[in-house]
Design a protein around this ligand. Structure first.
Ligand code: AMP
Ligand code: ZN
Length: 469
């Protein structure tokens, strides 16, 4: 598999540390609010990546954190803790808020067919890991204590600017500057590892530490959780592009400074989902959620398809008109599959070593090119030389990665027995047509029509519609 690596700014062949196994860490949500559909775009990409790796036979060990403490409102570490702020505004405790939005996040994952990573770890459950790393960093003099807080000294870490590929002046412009700078830092990009003395006295979640009662910085949680569950070597680290600086940059610096060797070989970043006013963000106040799209009548999986239609490294512009198109495409796709099922026999024993299968894998290997992978799917459905069984076999394999539930049909309005009867009649009619027994075929069609069931013959087979009056 070839992947674009933010660290080297190149497409590189994936070579894992341990043959056949991938250690994959993905930054998780800050649970002070619902995930917006932009966040979910990033999680959809990570899900496809994990499933593509698995399709190719890798064992994937995947870990994700849940940020329930320490993520500051300026995304650096100078603002207020996002969880504390939400607590102040709602009157609920940070724990209550975190639990509520973690559950909401899991529901969103389910709706979008995003597999939950093997390990999901809460930042607040791993305080001892951070303390251990911070002690190590102080010992190695990468960290210093000032005004009761422990900071990481970025000037001590040689390659601090490598991941972002930007120089300090460029980064200063990129970082929000509407929060007052912490004057106890030695250098502007130094970041908090442990705070005992914050200007925000309302910090509710606090723990004992060798430096006094306080709380961890945001960045240390990802290093602590990744090292605890995946060991000293990561193959892949993922996030949205906004996390390159400062978050991933700081994770990388503190992890490598602590471990004394290279930590992660491939850094992957998904581009943003934008709306007509710019980047979608939670702090903007109003944002789109998957539940909102559902309320408007969209299938969450049509949103998944919408995301898969473009490459994860391209910005994606959200609009309802483009989601309408995706929903329409999704409906057509499922109708095609349904009509194939109606005319097919058993399709599970086909071999998979096939030109289309190889093309599908090739598209994924090409830096997770999901739009090309979808093109392969459409080509399979269009190919008149393929049997319905073969088409279904291929599509069912593709859907292991695309996860569009192409084989699940909601027929709530149709009674099970009736559906069975219709499908049986359609099969009988197809058989009659093959034998050129058009009388029988027409009789079946009329019989169904009298019951308000209208058959339509399409390229992929027969579909039906129920007309009620
Ligand atoms: P957060 O919950 O804010 O920590 O963000 C969760 C994930 O969503 C991170 O990997 C972010 O980089 C990513 N993200 C944030 N905004 C967007 C966006 N507009 N489009 C895509 N991904 C985003
Ligand atoms: Zn992270």
């Amino acid at each position: 598999m070839n992947l674009y690596n933010t660290l080297t700014k190149k497409i590189e062949k994936l070579i894992p540390h341990k043959e056949g196994e991938i250690n994959m860490y993905t930054c998780g949500p800050t649970v002070y609010n619902y995930a917006h559909i932009g966040n979910l775009r990033t999680y959809i990409f990570e899900d496809v990546l994990e499933k593509a790796l698995k399709l190719e036979g890798y064992k994937v060990n995947r870990v994700m954190n849940i940020t329930d403490v320490g993520h500051m409102t300026d995304d650096g570490d100078d603002g207020e803790d996002k969880m504390s702020k939400a607590s102040r505004l709602t009157g609920k405790t940070p724990i209550e808020i975190a639990l509520f939005y973690t559950e909401a996040f899991f529901k969103d994952l389910k709706k979008l067919n995003i597999r939950k990573p093997n390990i999901i770890a809460k930042a607040t459950d791993n305080i001892n890991e951070y303390i251990k790393i911070i002690e190590g960093l102080l010992e190695k003099r990468y960290a210093y204590i000032s005004n009761g807080n422990v900071y990481f000294d970025v000037t001590k870490f040689k390659n601090y600017y490598e991941l972002s590929g930007k120089n300090p002046d460029e980064l200063k412009i990129a970082v929000r500057n509407d929060v007052e700078e912490d004057t106890y830092k030695k250098n502007p990009f130094d970041f908090g590892l442990w705070m005992t003395n914050s200007k925000f006295s309302n910090q509710i979640l606090k723990w004992n530490s060798p430096w006094g009662i306080g709380y961890p910085g945001w960045h240390i949680e990802c290093s602590g959780i990744a090292i605890k569950y995946l060991g000293e070597y990561l193959d892949i680290h993922c996030g949205g592009i906004d996390s390159i600086f400062p978050h991933n940059t700081n994770e990388l610096a503190q992890s490598e400074a602590y471990l004394g060797h290279k930590w992660c070989n491939y850094w992957l970043h998904a581009e943003h989902l934008n709306d007509s006013t710019g980047k979608m963000s939670k702090s903007k106040g109003e944002f789109l959620t998957i539940s909102l799209l559902e309320d408007k009548g969209y299938d969450p999986l049509a949103y998944r398809l919408f995301c898969l239609q473009s490459h994860y490294r391209n910005q994606l512009l959200f609009s309802y008109s483009s989601l309408d198109i995706a929903q329409n495409t999704y409906n057509k796709l499922k109708n095609k599959i349904r009509s194939l099922i109606l005319v097919s026999g058993d399709y599970y024993d086909e071999k998979i070593n096939d030109l289309y299968y190889n093309k599908f894998i090739e598209a994924l290997n090409d830096n997770i090119n999901t739009s090309n992978a979808l093109t392969v799917l459409y080509d399979v459905l269009k190919d008149d030389d393929l049997s319905a069984e073969k088409k279904l076999k291929l599509v069912s394999i593709f859907d292991k990665v695309l996860s569009l539930s192409l084989f699940e049909f909601e027929e709530k309005e149709i009674d099970e027995d009736l559906r069975y009867e219709i499908e049986l009649k359609i099969k009988q009619r197809a058989k009659a047509k093959v034998k050129k027994d058009y009388d029988t075929a027409d009789k079946i069609r009329l019989e169904l029509e009298n019951k308000g069931i209208i058959l339509k013959d399409t390229r992929e087979g027969t579909v039906y519609e129920i007309r009620r009056n």
